[in-house]
Design a protein around this ligand. Structure first.
Ligand code: SOE
Length: 384
């Protein structure tokens, strides 16, 4: 039974505002934690929408200016689930006000934004975390355990893809609610920051730092009507992005993301090939991990399809009975649980802002390489 309240101020009411709010509401029902999130206030410029969101998710009240939310003495933690162009200002102000700060990915629109955020957070010494939720898919966490146990041996290859198809129509406008991801001034980049950032975060968590990249990007639809101005404007985001990479451990990688892969909605996959074993994971089948171990007896050797629903699989003892699956929303609940647990243990919950800066360094290098056609070195994050 939780004994300490943690008052949450949520900024944003879109898709991510919902995933985070759901996590805060559910987490104490399934995890035994000292801290209990209390949904104090949701903040959005549109007061009507903020009120509707507050009623739907059970927030006590609303704010229409994030500066007021950040200044409120009754808020312990500011959670940033608003578009990318708001992340830095809110995080820096919240840290200066002594609040804990959680932030939706990517941390900044660029590494320069993210560096300022890391400085502010660390100067204020406040608890922080970035919502790279796919680390907490039980099958992905199991992949991490298997790699850390050395079961794959030396890693040779890492292959990741994140494929979508929702922006193929040239009539789709850019900008404004739901479509800010297509507006470069708000998003910072296209699929590089939105989708590849997930692949990069998981990849570096599983396989260590990335040293060098060479990339290509493309914007297939060059102009779109802008929802806020009503004018047809140049599209500044990358619609597709692919890169080759070298990891510090000597392994080679390919990464690809696009919103133009007809038939694919959110096909995030990765495959890792090691000396002894290989792993494959697929978001459309997220409760399975494919595992091949060359050391198995020859007659029985083959790809195993592990159903990650047993109590001895990561996180699963908190849910139903073996054989019953969980889904996408649970990854956010796991991340909330790990964060709340970290407040009790005093050990940071990854990915911290500093961890997420490393991902922004890679996405910056990818965009630089796509622009100049050369291999780019990736700037390294030093540990604080
Ligand atoms: C884009 O469509 C998007 O919603 C990303 O912004 C999320 O981070 C990803 O998890 C699913 O796709």
């Amino acid at each position: 039974m939780a004994s300490r309240n943690l008052n949450i101020g949520m900024v944003g009411y879109g898709f991510m505002g919902r995933t985070h709010s759901n996590a805060f509401r559910q987490v104490n029902r399934f995890f035994d934690l000292e801290y209990q999130p209390v949904l104090k206030a949701v903040c959005a410029r549109d007061g009507g929408k903020a009120k509707a969101f507050a009623a739907q998710w059970g927030y006590d009240g609303v704010e229409t200016d994030w500066r007021r939310l950040v200044a409120r003495p009754d808020i312990d933690l500011v959670d940033i689930a608003s578009p990318n162009d708001t992340h830095a200002d809110i995080a820096i102000a919240a840290a200066a006000a002594g609040k804990m700060v959680l932030c939706e990915k990517p941390l900044g629109r660029s590494a320069a934004d993210a560096e300022r955020m890391v400085d502010a957070i660390e100067k204020a010494a406040v608890a922080n975390m970035v919502w790279y939720n796919y680390r907490r898919v039980p099958a992905v966490t199991l992949a991490k355990q298997l790699i850390d146990e050395g079961r794959l041996g030396r890693i040779f290859h890492y292959r990741a893809k994140f494929l979508q198809d929702w922006t193929i129509s040239k009539d789709l406008p850019q900008g404004g609610a739901a479509l800010w991801r297509l507006d470069v001034n708000v998003a910072g980049s296209g699929v590089t920051g939105d989708l590849l950032a997930h692949c990069i975060d998981t990849a570096m968590w599983l396989n260590g730092a990335i040293d060098q990249v060479t990339a290509m990007t493309e914007t297939f639809i060059k102009e779109r009507k802008h929802n806020l101005t009503g004018n047809v404007e140049k599209v500044g985001i990358d619609d597709a992005s692919a890169f080759l990479a070298r990891f510090s451990n000597g392994s080679l990688a390919t990464f690809e993301a696009t919103r133009y892969a007809r038939g694919h909605k959110a096909l995030y996959t990765f495959e890792i090939n090691g000396e002894h074993a290989s792993i494959f994971w697929d978001l459309h089948d997220l409760h399975r991990l494919q595992y091949f171990d060359h050391r198995d007896e020859g007659r029985l050797r083959g790809w195993r399809s592990l159903h990650i629903t047993d109590g001895d699989h990561p996180y699963m003892k908190h849910w139903w009975v073996p054989g019953l699956q969980i889904g996408y929303e649970h990854t956010f609940i796991h991340q909330a649980a790990d964060f709340l647990q970290s407040l009790s243990s005093g050990k940071p919950s990854a990915p911290t802002f500093r961890d997420a800066l490393a991902t922004d360094y890679v996405t910056d290098a990818v965009l630089r390489s796509a622009a100049n056609g050369r291999w780019e070195q990736v700037k390294k994050v030093t540990q604080a």
